[in-house]
Design a protein around this ligand. Sequence first.
Ligand SMILES: [Zn+2]
Length: 421
Amino acid sequence: MNPLRPAGIIIGLALILGVFIIGIGIFATQSDDDDDAAPTPVPEVATSDDSEAEAPVGESDATAPDETPEVTVDPEEAAAPGDDDVDSMPEADDEAEAEEPDSPPAEPLTEEELQQYQPNELGQIMVLMYHRIEAQDNPEDVWTRTPDQFRGDLQWLYDNDFYIIPIRDYVRNEINAPAGKRPVVLTFDDGTVGQFRMVEQDDGTMAIDPDSAIGILEDFFNRYDDFGRGGLFSILPLAPFAWPDAEDQRQFAEDKLNWLIDNGYELGNHTVGHINMRDVSDEEIKSELARAEDMMAEYVPDVDVSVLAVPFGVYPEGGDTAIFEGWEYEGRQYELEGALMVGAEPAPSPVHVDFDPMWIPRINSDDEQLGRWFSFVEENPGIMYVSDGNPDTITIPADVHPWLVDTLDESKTEGKEVIRY
Ligand SMILES: [Zn+2]
């Protein structure tokens, strides 16, 4: 079932490109206003004792214009990675590992276990942001991660006790990670082809490209069963994973989107035309958000796309998220549960006073940002969220890191037991 016609697709892609480039120009000139509009910049992270960890929110904005030329170049086809791992590729129809088994009901941690795991559920959570996973040799390109860089990111996360959780669990304050693990969220914007590419094997069958993001993730999940699973793919529904310049991938759109949902990944809203929300009317915003959701539901019936990766990170005029909270379009009601920013620091715990699901900060996956924050984590372990293994309890150390003192918002702990140790 393909709801799209080729002419519409071509026009749509042209629109996306045009809006993208125009939008970035506006984005660059207005990014300061953006920062002012954000109610939860978590400035402590960026300005406290470690000056090396400084991460002004505007910094990622300042680099955004670099994205413009990258949108129009096409390095990936010329530099397609080798497919010598073809035999180990996960199959698109493999449903054997569709669901992470639920953790057994957790007993309260013993004093010994508390000391062993050092849970800190008031700590911060990294939400990483990826755009393109492609071979490339331009170190200035902050919007492309090579397959090997991405593998390195995942290996670092695994080696440092991180555990991949769905964005919805974070937004809903239902984080479910084993005791002692640090939750992390992976997000992928734009549905670029390098995120999920199908390739033909020697025997003529199709399989997931082991050098695409999904191929790399599946390889990790197969090797490490204590790494969690998931990733939010905020696609552009006119050409899911068929952009840029990957017409041959269009035929797999429905299979890919269903495969993602069946295998523990999530789909996010990114509007239909990658609009700059400051540029358009409220009615246009409502239409773009609703139609994106409807188009994805044509591929995957009843799909939940209630988290929005805000295009360019540019929120509606004045930082007003009222529409996100709920709107009507052509007689139907819609609502978002969360919205993701562009930049530039770890996100607060869902029970932190600064937590606002409509303003979730993300860390861009370039060497500079990741290097900064990975070092920050290593140097400041007491600031990071560490799970107690039980989604029904909020466990916080008595001697919490100075940045986290008095930052628990009791109103966000409803239905949960708060344990201090
Ligand atoms: Zn985007």
